[in-house]
Design a protein around this ligand. Structure first.
Ligand code: PEP
Ligand code: MN
Length: 361
């Protein structure tokens, strides 16, 4: 074990780097593929860590399920030749043990594993006394407690360096994304864990190449600390996730196009103007809340009439009217239809709750 711990020091400098950029194929396929990918990625000068899936948790049986343990020495060799530390996904105690025996620099828990507390606990137990960083992907379902639970299990095993990977959430039916980003959930997770490395996996959010840059940039604009992007020497013929992979060279160009932003600035003139604008925002938020409170008082009065005349709280025709008015007005006001629908939904629910209280008091 000590030997392994000695090997990890290079990774800690990569780990502490912001942004931390990880790239490599969805799956390790052959030794030649891993070595070629590593060399071409290293040549871009834009990557800090190599990734590859060795054991692939596939949704349906019969798909390529990973090369298994024979792929580990390929990654160790790639590291030796390029100096790039490497990270892989693990889902069982045995996989943790095998990965450690080949000097893996960081491990990640995949989205399909984060959902299962038994599996996460098994991994956490296997990690006791191990001193490498552990990245935890969000669970496939939008459940922050499940994600937090996985973090707690790994932290309780004594792991000091834990990072979070936002890879989007599964949803039913066709959407623009393979996994809906649900940015608000990721932002809340980041708020709860302000000191944890927080990185975005645009590949699994997008499921396709053409919007990788847009999603990567969005995450950086939201102050994420890094990216994990899948790359392949022959993306169209990749054995898994072919549609979302890009060549190492395209990866290099993509990283080059990202505008990196920092959370803060030392520029005092800018800070003063920002402070003034923020005061205005606080003031407007206060006014908005005051107006909403007035609105609910009116709803309470309507509730009294409804109670006295035995009328239902929900009146679909009226609700449609409110929504339609909002949709027409929002355009003139420069507000998106999406936002206005969410806003009226929330206001309407609050109104219903108020009237419920009136009706049942
Ligand atoms: C992967 O990184 O290749 C992978 C399987 O990701 P996820 O766990 O996010 O589906
Ligand atoms: Mn993948």
């Amino acid at each position: 074990m000590n030997q392994i711990i000695e090997q990890i020091n290079p990774v800690l400098s990569a780990w502490n780097k912001r942004p931390l950029i990880i790239s490599g194929p969805c799956s390790a396929e052959t030794e030649e593929q891993i070595l070629a990918t590593a060399h071409r990625l290293a040549a871009t000068g834009k990557v800090d860590m190599l990734r590859a899936g060795i054991w692939k948790p596939r949704t349906r049986p019969g798909q390529f399920e990973g090369v298994g343990t024979i792929g580990l020495p390929w990654l160790a060799k790639a590291k030796q030749q390029t100096g790039l530390p490497f990270t892989i996904e693990i889902a069982t105690a045995k996989q943790v043990e095998d990965a450690l025996s080949f000097g893996v620099d960081a491990l990640w828990i995949g989205a399909r594993t984060t959902v299962n507390p038994f599996s996460v606990q098994e991994i956490a137990d296997a990690l006791r006394g191990v001193n490498i960083p552990i990245l935890i992907k969000n669970p496939i379902n939008p459940d922050l407690d499940l994600w937090t639970g996985a973090v707690e299990r790994v932290a309780k095993a004594g792991i000091k360096n834990i990072g979070l990977i936002h890879r989007g959430f599964s949803s039913y039916g066709n959407t623009a994304y393979r996994n809906a980003p649900m940015w608000h959930l990721a932002i809340e997770m980041k708020r709860r864990n302000p000191d944890m490395l927080f990185i975005c996996d645009p590949s699994h959010i997008c499921g396709r190449r053409d919007i990788l840059l847009e999603i990567s940039q969005k995450s950086i604009d939201l102050d994420y600390n890094g990216l994990m992007i899948e790359s392949h020497i022959d993306p169209d013929n990749a054995w898994s996730d072919a549609m979302q992979q890009i060549t190492p060279e395209v990866f290099g160009e993509l990283i080059g196009k990202i505008i990196w932003r920092k959370e803060n600035t030392d520029n005092t003139i800018l800070l003063t103007s920002m402070e003034e604008l923020r005061r205005q925002i606080d003031q407007l938020d206060d006014e908005l809340m005051q107006i909403l409170s007035e609105r609910m008082k009116v709803a309470d009065k309507i509730g009294i009439y409804k109670k006295e005349n035995n009328i239902t709280i929900l009146q679909t025709i009226r609700w449609n009217e409110i929504l339609q008015r909002g949709i027409v007005r929002c355009e003139q006001l420069g507000l998106s239809k999406d936002f206005i629908i969410k806003y009226f939904d929330a206001v309407h629910m609050e109104s219903i709750n108020h009237q419920n209280n009136v009706m049942n008091s």
